[in-house]
Design a protein around this ligand. Structure first.
Ligand SMILES: Nc1ncnc2c1ncn2[C@@H]1O[C@H](COP(=O)(O)OP(=O)(O)OP(=O)(O)O)[C@@H](O)[C@H]1O
Ligand SMILES: [Mg+2]
Length: 310
């Protein structure tokens, strides 16, 4: 019964304003569930409710049959949480950080020491285990925190934006850690990096303004949009007549066309002939995300990532 079930989860911090609005879904509590959404969408609120830190205003949630409100004590025994704002304590070393976390969770000293060493070796930081956290890079500090929960015996892990602000190499190292972790744990991950969700997640959940916009595998999420291709025209204000598809204009003034394969083929042949600068890609999670939350993507940024046709 490895399932996460939410039924009409609603949370209002203040009267009238809903941080979460009747969220209902049932997904496998296996691998990685990546929750994506704009700032203030409700990701942390959902995570805090499921991690028993916060009571929902109404609705119920169960993880593997355990009610996160009624059976909160039982639930807490099964989870480890890395909150969004967590920071490694400067005057401690990586070894002390992991050791103290594990002992705080109730592990005895010798087991905690063994697990901490194992975890540090797993992230290639054995040599730095006695260096003060204050002397580590931001990425190394974050890895120590993730290693702490990794070393815990909790089968369910909550990580709130663990890779925010990391350089691409540190991020990809953390991705490797999460990939290892998901083989044996259920990981609830929130992220602003859609590529991260695309690469790591078994299930993707899109929230916007407290409402569920879509949930499922990447394949299921793709079905939220009816078009398979995304074309960005890298010339401001360029008017294009499309036979099939939808066009949105970004805040930067560039047009993005979501369309079928046939129409994408017709348009790109035309653009090449007319020397119009554009980029074309299959709909990525990023495209789908912006489509679903109705906020078009920045064409220049996209072109950098996927290569541009001239
Ligand atoms: N303690 C609080 N008191 C009042 N309102 C809150 C509190 N925490 C969050 N909110 C509000 O609830 C909404 C959802 O916030 P939440 O932190 O869940 O968003 P988020 O998706 O995690 O955003 P971010 O990507 O910025 O971390 C926001 O409108 C926020 O202002
Ligand atoms: Mg948050």
């Amino acid at each position: 019964m490895e399932t996460l079930v939410c039924k009409n989860i609603t949370k209002s911090y203040e009267k009238g304003k809903k941080a979460l609005d009747r969220l209902s879904f049932s997904v496998p509590a296996k691998g990685i569930l990546a929750v994506i959404g704009r700032n203030g969408a409700g990701k942390t609120t959902l995570m805090r409710i499921l991690a028993t830190e916060l009571m929902p205003s109404s609705g119920t949630a169960t993880m593997n049959g355990i009610d996160v409100v009624k059976d909160a004590v039982k639930m807490r025994e099964m989870i480890a949480v890395l909150p969004q704002e967590s920071r490694a304590v400067n005057w401690m070393t990586p070894l002390q950080t992991i050791l103290s976390y594990l002992m705080y969770r109730g592990m005895d000293y010798s087991e905690a020491r063994e697990k901490a060493h194992e975890a540090l070796a797993g992230i290639g930081m054995t040599k730095l285990e006695k260096t003060l956290n204050s002397k580590l890079s931001g990425g190394q500090k974050r890895k120590v925190l993730v290693a702490s929960i990794l070393a815990s015996d909790a089968p369910i892990i909550f990580v709130d934006e663990p890779t925010t602000g990391l350089d691409p190499i540190s991020r990809s190292e953390l991705w490797d850690m999460l990939k290892r972790l998901k083989k044996t744990h259920f990981v609830f991950l929130t992220t602003h990096y859609l590529e991260e969700a695309e690469k790591l997640a078994d299930t993707i959940c899109i929230i916007d303004e407290g409402k569920l916009k879509g949930i499922g595998t990447l394949g299921e999420i793709r079905k939220l949009v009816k078009y398979q291709y995304s074309i960005k025209i890298l010339e401001k204000g360029k008017k294009v007549k499309i036979n099939e598809g939808e066009e949105v204009t970004g805040e930067d003034g560039f047009a993005q066309i979501m369309t079928t394969e046939k129409e994408a083929d017709r348009l790109s042949s035309r653009f090449i002939k007319e020397k119009v600068r554009f980029s074309i890609n299959p709909m990525s999670l990023e495209d789908i995300f912006y489509y679903v939350v109705k906020k078009p993507i920045n064409a220049e940024e996209e072109a950098k990532d996927y290569g541009t046709w001239f």
